[in-house]
Design a protein around this ligand. Structure first.
Ligand SMILES: Nc1ncnc2c1ncn2[C@@H]1O[C@H](COP(=O)(O)OP(=O)(O)O)[C@@H](O)[C@H]1O
Ligand SMILES: [Mg+2]
Length: 336
């Protein structure tokens, strides 16, 4: 993912301040990040964190107040208006509320960007639209209007339209936030498939940690216009350092109640370590006592993980910790 590859998108100290009258809103306050070709990059943060502004900088729907934005090495600020329009057509975008044209059929909505492109024959447009509708599973609904569709179907139209000009990048701004959990799952699966089939780079903005956990390779956590934490999803999810990330994960920073000499730990494990009964084995071998305060387990991109908050005591506690470490468990002591 790194190595000699060039970033598909690069932000260098990007700042965006909106000024209206005497009020200034700094929506993005110095963000530097790189998105690599073919990855699914998540940006998570609470409402107002600056996510939408950040993603709009990536296709020049917003111009930065300072800093630079590169797509495939091209500085967006240096492009002529015509070059920028061409460039923008190579960056697809989907939205929370789908933004479909209500007076046009499904088929015509998908055809819009191809007609705007100019120079394409009717036969080429027809072949492209038919293939896209087939791919997103909407062939039977080609003649329907948006008002006749479910939310999930509308977003499929949005995706087909966003892919019409064969972009290398798909920007998704809260694309599943208006959908129920089952439909969210289906749309995320589709985005994951398209990412692999088309080698499509996906930037996905969301306020839901679960969406990131399901499809993203890496994630940046935003708060008040800044990126406070970034990394592989599994790392950020399991070993969150920043308070914002831990809040978004629903982690409780308060220490569990525990008896006098016990110490509290967060134990995180994944892959092979998630299959071994390391806690009971270690407790037996070292005769420590433990109380379990929190346990969760699941999968991140197909890899099993688990996380425990335990308090432990015993003469051989250090031995127990060493055994956890040898079993591949990540240990973080919760400070009193
Ligand atoms: N066009 C605009 N004019 C003025 N302020 C804006 C504009 N767009 C966004 N903001 C402000 O910038 C901040 C970040 O907004 P936004 O990027 O939409 O955050 P998010 O998508 O994370 O909810 C908010 O305080 C918002 O009010
Ligand atoms: Mg937003």
């Amino acid at each position: 993912m790194t190595g000699a590859a060039k970033p598909r998108i690069e932000l260098v100290d990007a700042v965006k301040v909106f000024s209206g009258g005497d009020v200034e809103a700094a929506a993005v306050r110095g963000v530097s990040l790189r998105v690599w070709p073919g990855e699914v990059f998540g940006v998570i943060g609470q409402s107002g964190a600056g996510k939408s502004t950040l993603i709009r900088l990536m296709n020049a729907l917003e111009r930065p107040t300072s800093g630079r934005i590169f797509v495939d090495g091209e500085d967006l600020a240096a492009l002529s208006p015509a070059a920028l329009r061409r460039r923008r057509r190579r960056i697809g975008m989907i939205f929370q509320h789908f933004n479909l044209l209500q007076s046009k059929t499904v088929w015509d909505n998908v055809a819009v960007p191809l007609r705007l492109e100019g120079g394409l024959s009717a036969a080429t447009i027809k072949a492209r639209v038919d293939a896209l509708l087939e791919r997103v599973g909407l062939t039977a609904l080609a003649g329907h209007y948006p008002s006749q569709l479910s939310g999930g179907q509308k977003q499929r139209v949005g995706i087909a339209r966003a892919l019409a000009c064969e972009p290398k990048v798909l920007l998704c701004d809260e694309a599943t936030s208006a959908l129920d959990p089952e439909t969210t799952e289906q749309i995320l699966t589709l985005l994951g498939e398209l990412n692999r089939e088309l080698d499509l780079t996906v930037v996905l903005i969301t306020h839901e940690m679960d969406v990131v956990r399901r499809v993203c390779d890496r994630v940046a956590v935003m708060e008040a216009g800044k990126v406070v934490e970034t990394g592989e999803v599994v790392e950020v999810f399991l070993n969150a350092e920043s308070p914002v990330t831990r809040r978004m994960l629903g982690e409780d920073d308060r220490l569990p109640l525990r008896s006098g000499s016990a110490r509290a730990f967060r134990l995180t494990y994944r892959g092979e370590a998630a299959r071994a009964p390391f806690l009971s084995q270690t407790a037996k071998a070292t005769q420590i006592d433990f109380s379990l305060h929190l346990a969760r387990a699941g999968e991140i991109k197909g890899e099993p993980y688990g996380q425990l908050v335990v308090s432990m005591e015993g003469a051989r506690l250090d031995d127990a910790l060493a055994r956890f470490q040898a079993a591949g468990v990540h240990i973080r002591e919760l400070q009193p």
